[in-house]
Design a protein around this ligand. Structure first.
Ligand SMILES: C[S@@+](CC[C@H](N)C(=O)[O-])C[C@H]1O[C@@H](n2cnc3c(N)ncnc32)[C@H](O)[C@@H]1O
Ligand SMILES: Nc1nc2[nH]cc(C(=O)O)c2c(=O)[nH]1
Ligand code: SF4
Ligand SMILES: [Mg+2]
Length: 214
């Protein structure tokens, strides 16, 4: 059974594929935080900007089979999609708690390219076309290669230097959004300064928050 908090059609807001039309599948649950505010201060990941509890969001639900979930997600891609390759982004919560080869194959069978946004602490199934790893604090990474490493910045326990030798095609720093923590500090200036001083790293802005799309 797959548990999906929400699914929606939008533009990828972050990283190297910013602006690309995407179906998002947000799985329920995470291995680094319960998702409850009272647990945040003790969690392994403490700055999460996302509600991933339950299955009650838009187009959320419980799906018994990979085929059923794949049909549900494929239906969110516009019928007049033209020549663009359909694209699905599996996120969460932590998608690698639930994503498996059957679901990836079912999306490929429907013509989709498959992207994943993961915290990198769990092994990835075969067949992923675009893998984005976003390391969290002191947690041990089991995925040390992929397409992009997108580090939320700053994290005193996860300095960029720790990851700069890993085998990723792109290295991004994304300013930590602390609004969800009731804090209006901007981490943009520090992120800009790091990227300017270390050209290996590129700036990733959460453009969906700037534009107000999903
Ligand atoms: C909500 S997470 C879900 C996927 C996966 N659990 C992970 O952490 O990569 C999606 C993306 O949002 C980023 N993110 C989460 N909270 C953020 C925040 N407060 N500011 C900036 N990026 C954040 C994560 O680092 C990750 O790249
Ligand atoms: N537009 C948009 N782009 C995104 N990229 C990663 C997201 C996520 O929450 O994983 C996300 C999201 O929630 N919305
Ligand atoms: S690992 Fe990802 S989903 Fe889990 S709490 Fe952190 S940012 Fe949120
Ligand atoms: Mg998000």
């Amino acid at each position: 059974m797959y548990h999906v908090k929400e699914a929606f059609y939008s533009l990828q807001g972050e990283g190297a594929r910013t602006g690309r039309a995407s179906v998002f599948c947000r799985f329920s649950g995470c291995n680094l935080w319960s998702g409850r505010e009272q647990d945040r201060a003790q969690a392994a990941c403490r700055f999460c900007d996302t509600d991933f509890i339950g299955t009650d969001g838009q187009h959320g639900g419980r799906f018994a089979t990979a085929e059923a979930l794949a049909d549900h997600l494929a239906a969110l891609w516009p019928a007049e999609g033209g020549v663009a390759t359909p694209y699905v982004v599996f996120t969460g919560g932590e998608p690698l708690l639930q994503l498996d080869e059957s679901l990836i194959e079912a999306m490929h069978a429907r013509g989709f390219e498959v992207a994943v946004e993961t915290n990198g602490t769990l092994p990835a199934p075969a067949g992923i076309d675009w893998l984005c790893v976003s390391p969290k604090a002191a947690t041990p990474l089991v995925i040390t290669e992929g397409d992009e490493l997108k580090l939320v910045y700053p994290q005193p326990e996860a300095l960029p230097e720790r990851f700069s030798e890993f085998a990723f095609r792109h290295f991004f720093l994304q300013p930590m959004d602390t609004a969800v923590l009731g804090d209006d500090t901007s981490h943009l200036d520090a992120t800009l300064a790091y990227c300017l001083a270390h050209p290996q790293w590129r700036l990733s802005l959460q453009t969906h928050k700037i534009t107000g799309i999903d």
